[in-house]
Design a protein around this ligand. Structure first.
Ligand SMILES: [Zn+2]
Ligand SMILES: [Zn+2]
Length: 234
């Protein structure tokens, strides 16, 4: 029998007895008390169809239209779906998770990540946004990889952070000045990517630049398309 967690991962208040019984008999395990759960604001329509930004009506937002108008950036990312609005509460929750290393907090997002995956990205191969080696050593875990672990299919860690500055210097200075530096490289067999729908996983979508840069090596390896699933929409 699985051990039932009986304290809220956020405020450490005991979860009520009913919740524990519910957890025993159902797949839906509670990780947060009702109060803490209620503070999360799920994103839903009306929103931007391409980045989950709340809008007055469902369409594409000005930023997404701009991405697609710019030759260098257009067509890199099909869509980003974010689960929750990045307000003060979620910001605190994510920083506890990331910087205090409270990995168990990732379980708060297990159900919504799973449901969104099945609803919007079924069949896609998750790819966590990698951390640099230095960050990984300092933090001890990659928060994006732990989020990807919550999905019902195995993830593919086929991206790496580019550490070699010499590689960057091969690019034109102009390209770098325009923000076209390449922070990610592909690692592993191309066969695992060619013709596939790849799904980038990260904690926060802010401007969308990082995710688009991460999509480039995947598309170069022949990925059919690249989408993104993120916990928060900044
Ligand atoms: Zn709580
Ligand atoms: Zn948008």
């Amino acid at each position: 029998m699985k051990m039932v967690r009986n304290r809220c991962l956020q405020c450490l208040q005991p979860l009520n007895a009913n919740a524990s019984w519910e957890a025993l008999f159902s797949w839906r395990q509670k990780n947060l008390c009702d109060t803490c759960q209620g503070k999360l604001r799920p994103l839903k329509a009306p929103w931007c169809l391409y980045c989950s930004r709340p809008l007055a009506r469902t369409e594409s937002c000005a930023d997404c239209r701009r991405w697609e108008r710019t030759r260098h950036w257009s067509g890199l990312l099909v869509r980003n779906v974010s689960l929750f609005s990045y307000d003060d509460y979620l910001q605190e929750l994510i920083s506890i998770y990331k910087y205090r290393g409270d990995v168990a907090l990732a379980r708060v997002f297990t159900e919504p990540l799973k449901q969104t995956y099945l609803k919007d990205f079924k069949g896609a191969i998750p790819v966590p946004i990698p951390l640099s080696e230095e960050r990984l050593l300092e933090r001890g875990f990659n928060q994006a990889a732990v989020l990807a672990e919550q999905l019902p299919v195995a993830y593919n860690a086929c991206l790496a952070r580019v550490v070699d500055e010499d590689k960057q210097s091969k690019q034109s200075r102009r390209g770098r000045l325009r923000g076209h530096a390449r922070p990610f490289s592909f690692q592993g067999g191309a066969a695992r990517v060619a013709g596939k729908h790849m799904l980038l996983i990260d904690d926060i979508y802010t401007t969308g630049t990082t995710l688009r840069k991460a999509a480039i090596p995947l598309l170069e390896q022949g990925a059919k398309q690249v989408s993104a699933l993120t916990v928060a929409r900044g």
